[in-house]
Write a protein that binds this ligand. Structure first.
Ligand SMILES: Nc1nc2c(ncn2[C@@H]2O[C@H](COP(=O)(O)OP(=O)(O)OP(=O)(O)O)[C@@H](O)[C@H]2O)c(=O)[nH]1
Ligand SMILES: [Mg+2]
Length: 242
């Protein structure tokens, strides 16, 4: 059996109702591509990992990584990515807010257009961020984009995107530099070696969350703020010990 061309890493916490529909959606979209999906679950009380295991028993494209005693989106993504072997790694939310059809364009960007990383953007023509739940979330998202672009010089229209695909070699080179704390793994990857990745952006219509709840707590926002400040000072004072 041929090995997968792409490993799709899905961090999930309390997403029990979204797992089955997400696997169905990937099956419908990625018909001529060999893929696998790895759900990385932090021992969700709603039994997310049990649903993953049931699906995995009948579908070799589905895998689960069950972490106990730990929480965190970024570290879940890093461990999922390091547990896989395909030449392309994609990272996608497990709440159906990311449009899986973008994956095809991301793969083409990497295999045919010379990109190292392909990022789904809500802020280029054809994209939309209407799925953000309210005005406050729009405000936070715009604030994060401003900080990443202006303070950290991240050259992306949507640096807050959690949906992207990257060449395995580029991920592996940066893996040891990734902190693993926090919520925004894309920013961490971009900042690990600034200016060295060939980027391609694909438009994404960000969807509403239909099942389950957002995990974007105040604590998560605080840790994001800390990350921006730490990177800003590292850039401004490269020899400091921030
Ligand atoms: N393994 C793991 N996954 C997490 C954790 N926190 C969030 N996730 C998952 O990461 C993905 C994104 O989380 P969301 O809460 O939807 O955050 P968001 O999409 O940025 O924000 P919303 O627009 O509010 O939904 C979802 O699949 C979550 O289940 C965590 O601590 N561990
Ligand atoms: Mg979400």
């Amino acid at each position: 059996m041929a090995s997968p061309e792409i490993s799709i890493i899905v961090p999930c916490y309390n997403e029990v109702e979204n797992i089955g529909p997400l696997v169905d959606a990937l099956e419908t979209t990625l018909t001529d591509i060999k893929w696998e999906v790895i759900f990385v679950d932090d021992n969700s009380p709603d039994g997310t990992i049990e649903v993953v295991r049931k699906l995995a028993q009948n579908n070799p494209a589905v895998r689960g990584l069950h972490r106990i005693g730990r929480r965190g989106l970024s570290s879940a993504v890093i461990e999922g990515a390091l547990s896989s072997s395909a030449n392309i790694i994609a990272v996608m939310d497990g709440d159906l807010q990311h449009d899986e059809s973008c994956l095809r364009d991301m793969i083409t960007a990497i295999t045919d257009k010379g990109a190292d990383i392909a990022v789904a953007s809500r802020h280029i023509e054809g994209g939309s961020s209407n799925g953000l739940s309210d005005g406050w979330r729009h405000f936070l998202s715009q604030g994060g984009i401003w900080a990443a672009q202006k303070l950290l010089n991240v050259p992306l229209t949507d640096p807050m995107s959690g949906f992207f695909a990257i060449k395995r070699a580029c991920f592996t080179e940066r893996a040891a530099l990734l902190g693993g704390q926090g919520f925004k793994i894309l920013l961490d990857i971009m900042l690990a070696r600034p200016g060295t990745l060939k980027i391609h952006e694909v438009p994404m219509m960000f969807r509403n969350r239909l099942h389950g709840k957002s995990k974007l707590s105040h604590g998560v926002m605080l840790s994001f703020g800390r990350m921006i400040i730490t990177h800003f000072f590292k850039k401004a004072l490269p020899h400091s010990r921030t």
